[in-house]
Design a protein around this ligand. Structure first.
Ligand SMILES: NC(=O)c1ccc[n+]([C@@H]2O[C@H](COP(=O)([O-])OP(=O)(O)OC[C@H]3O[C@@H](n4cnc5c(N)ncnc54)[C@H](OP(=O)(O)O)[C@@H]3O)[C@@H](O)[C@H]2O)c1
Length: 333
């Protein structure tokens, strides 16, 4: 039987916010498996802010997606056919499967996923790439010490919510910055000490109020004006983690850099970029530790699931409008 696959390819390089016409939705017949290959039925696809950067034709930590190429995405699925010695039919795996219903793999880069550990969408969020980003960015670069004040932007999102909760586990005072009353209320529910609604007031003044001893660790997910505001309130020897700059990803003008960077000099502070893939050899140990925190009720997870592969272009935009509440995942119906 010829099996059909549906997939999104990149049709044009977006200018500003991605438009539906920047993608093409198509159908293809799946080829027969070769020796050493396996067929994966994709179940959940991770929608990530980084996808916006992958669509630009610029030098980055991964090569750009070519025009006409399958849209790149991390996903989880189950093995439905296998000519591979290590991956049996019925196994759940995660990998860079892209925006499609079926993926054929030779096993390279695949990670076996234990569906008993947590629901599959959680394995793309808190126990997946975003959670690992929070874990290594905060602990390895931020090096929080009990009693430190930790501030995180994009705080209600997939990465930010985990950063704040891990900082609490490590005995820190945690202040989150997020957009809107709902998201700020959620930060209180998951144990943040204070929340700043950047859409409702002056972030600089709010940081002064909530961080009277200064910021020891600032985990930056958004860049732009919020990064600049955080720079004005650093404590001596503060550590800034440059994880992302979502406020700048759809710019049609040059990226806005921090004007207040001399605060790094005055405070003997540091600002360090991180890419989660650098920590791949330590992923399994980190996931095991975070799974224990989840089981103990110390780490909570929230997913925003959109159903239907064809919803991809609209669903992706939720990341940039702030409509997503938690880890944004596309369920392949
Ligand atoms: N370095 C790495 O290895 C790595 C790995 C994963 C993710 N990241 C980065 O981590 C950041 C968070 O990713 P995520 O997956 O956790 O996304 P997310 O927080 O779940 O979703 C994105 C959120 O960004 C906020 N946002 C959008 N536009 C904004 C703007 N102009 N100003 C301020 N906030 C804005 C929105 O929240 P509000 O409603 O609060 O505005 C939105 O909900 C991104 O910058 C991403 O690129 C980096």
């Amino acid at each position: 039987m010829v099996r059909k696959n549906h997939r999104f390819t990149l049709a044009a390089r977006p200018v500003g916010l991605p438009k539906p016409t920047d993608f093409a939705f198509g159908e293809e017949a799946l080829p027969e498996l070769g020796d050493g290959e396996l067929l994966i039925k994709v179940q959940y696809i991770s929608l990530d802010p980084a996808m916006r950067g992958w669509m630009n034709d610029v030098k980055s930590y991964v090569r750009p997606i070519a025009i006409g190429e399958l849209m790149r995405a991390i996903a989880i699925g189950s093995v439905v056919e296998s000519k591979h010695p290590r991956f049996a039919v019925g196994t759940h795996v995660s990998g860079m499967f892209g925006l499609q219903e079926y993926a054929i793999s030779n096993g390279e880069g695949l990670i076996a996923v234990d569906p008993k550990l947590a629901p599959l969408p959680v394995m793309l969020g808190t126990l997946g790439m975003p959670g690992l980003t929070a874990y290594f960015g905060l602990l390895d670069i931020g090096k929080p010490v009990a009693g430190n004040t930790v501030v995180v932007s994009g705080a209600a999102g997939a990465v930010g919510s985990v950063v704040g909760q891990i900082a609490k586990i490590h005995g820190c005072r945690v202040v989150g910055i997020a957009g809107g009353a709902d998201k700020c209320r959620y930060l209180g529910e998951i144990g943040f000490d204070a929340a700043i609604d950047y859409k409702a007031g002056d972030v600089k003044a709010a940081l002064r109020e909530h961080c009277p001893k200064g910021i020891d660790v600032y985990f930056d997910n958004v860049g732009g004006d919020i990064l600049d505001a955080a720079l004005t309130q650093l404590a001596p020897r503060a550590r800034i983690i440059i994880c992302g700059a979502i406020s700048q990803y759809n710019n049609t003008t040059p990226v806005k850099g921090p004007a207040n960077y001399l605060s790094l000099l005055v405070n003997r502070a540091s600002m360090t970029g991180m890419v989660v893939m650098d920590y791949t050899p330590r992923f399994a140990a980190a996931i095991a530790e975070m799974a224990q925190w989840m089981a103990a009720g110390k780490l909570r997870s929230r997913e925003d699931i959109v159903r239907g592969l064809e919803q991809f272009p609209q669903a992706l935009l939720k990341l940039f409008t702030g409509e997503n509440h938690g880890k944004l995942v596309l369920e392949v119906a």
